[in-house]
Design a protein around this ligand. Structure first.
Ligand SMILES: [Zn+2]
Ligand SMILES: [Zn+2]
Ligand SMILES: [Zn+2]
Length: 105
């Protein structure tokens, strides 16, 4: 059984109110940041919806990158808990002319 990394909701169950992993069904933002409220339909926790935020690749390979490097490359667009595939990170780094450095896969 998989659990939400933040509020420990089981798969298929609703997140605890205030969990920052929950996405809003209506506006797509983080639930704690949007103003739609908790009375509307909510998205339960599923471990399987896991794909690159930029290109939509399903289940991209995970890689290790430290927070500072990530912020330097992805800035405010993709927060550190976003999922991006390595190709997309490389693409962004190239456009910003940032050396991606060492990446542990
Ligand atoms: Zn949660
Ligand atoms: Zn919302
Ligand atoms: Zn991608």
């Amino acid at each position: 059984m998989k659990y939400c990394g933040d509020c420990l909701a089981k798969e298929g169950e609703l997140h605890e109110i205030g969990c920052d992993m929950e996405r809003c069904i209506k506006c797509g933002n983080q639930k704690i940041q949007c103003s739609c409220g908790y009375e509307i339909e909510r998205e339960p926790y599923f471990d399987t919806c896991f794909c690159c935020e930029r290109c939509g690749e399903k289940m991209p390979k995970l890689f290790g990158m430290d927070t500072n490097k990530w912020e330097q490359i992805c800035g405010v667009i993709y927060s550190y808990n976003c999922v991006l595939c390595l190709d997309c990170v490389k693409f962004i780094a190239k456009k910003r002319v940032i050396d991606i450095g060492e990446v542990k896969i």
